[in-house]
Design a protein around this ligand. Sequence first.
Ligand code: PLP
Length: 493
Amino acid sequence: MNKIYESTRNNQITSSPSNAIIKGLASDGGLFVLPQLDQILLEMNELKNMDYAMLAQTIFEIFLDDFTKDEIKNCIENAYNHKFSTDQIDPLIKLNDGYILELFNGPTSAFKDFGLQMLPQLMQTALKKNPKDNKILILTATSGDTGKAAMEGFKDVAGIEVIVFYPKDGVSKVQELQMQTQLGKNVRAVAINGNFDDAQSKLKELFNDEDFKQQLLKQKIQLSSANSINIGRLIPQIIYYFDGYFQLVRKKEIKLNEQVNFIVPTGNFGNILAGYYAKLLGLPINKLVCASNENNVLYDFIKTGVYDKNREFLKTLSPSMDILISSNLERLLYYASGKDNEKIEQLMLELTRTGKYSVNGYLFKTIQANFSAGYATNDQCANVIKEIYENEDYLLDPHSAVAYKVLLDSNDLKHKSIVLATASPYKFVKSVYTSLFGPKDADEFELMHELEQKTKTFIPNNLKDLDQKKIIHDEVINKNEMKQYVLEKIKEI
Ligand SMILES: *Cc1c(COP(=O)(O)O)cnc(C)c1O
């Protein structure tokens, strides 16, 4: 089968898999999607005994049919072998009310490593197939974790430059230091005065700014993205849904083909969308449960069909989910509408013009059949961290705690539930420490050591000496200086 991706907004705008990875975003601002995805059904019986790498091989072969099997195999090996601190890269842990799938044992201690260890491999391979004179410039907005994971994944990769934009006061101290101290001559981070949505919206503008793109092309530079709008970042995230499910089967906690729920702490809708892709491919999922913090725009959407970002942007204990415009929702709308490109274009236009749109009929029914939603306030999040630690001796980070709270609130007694744990508690040590022991006037690194001693857990190696490392990236700019900033920096490339 020859698989061609198309834009969510226009089925005449198409791309091969490898070119979709190189481009990141379709030329009309839409996202690349595989139209045949909902016609492929995998046989669970054939997958159930596969290890992570074999599952990955199977899934990638579906999505990347212009890559050879060997190319895919090499990408998987380079991305995941010896990069994670646990033998099973996504360990499953049983607690009283459900299961935790730990996704934070990679090199930057957040689940973003699953996508961003793989994306550089895929992009390099894609570039070999489509030789370009141009250098690739990856511009990425981050709510904290993508930035570091992208810098780490792409450091010193030839032919690819990375600039990361993060909200100055919108990330934890540990997250900021992770980015500021990153080595690699082709990666940079810069803070902007604004929030994540400001950075992401501005970047989308730049991706559609012809003058900007022409200026880059003159210097033989073309743009790409490392956000989850890039399919090369999204596809790797499908695999752990399968792997988590089969771990449950092998532990005899569920029968093969028994339906489960996945509860996903959600911001840009990338992680949970990967779960929907897994479901389309045949993984027995009852509901994908979207867990939000107080920026609960997605909760409202799934409950009512109205998406309205016109509301105050709140800073919460789970900053990586402080997002009001969730990019990947567009891909769900595409599949749930029966691939109605025109409808998607119209909805996205409405979102740009008014900050709002609504869905009903078949589209909304399909969403409600596959998704449910819940949210947690800051107080609830802090209480869950304390409760689960005290009662079950398990330390949740604030993002995972939001999802765990949604699990505790759910009254689905029929299905087992898996909560995706997206970050190490040490990345958000101040919030975690305060939730457990009350506020303490100490810096984040003192708190890390205290947390380690008091809870008998371990600081991940990559976070240990962060405060001793040299700060390399410390620029701060305004959001309307982003274009100029990039044009300045490319002179040095
Ligand atoms: C990015 C992130 C999320 C949100 O994931 P999306 O794919 O943007 O929905 C949740 N938790 C953590 C720790 C993250 O870094």
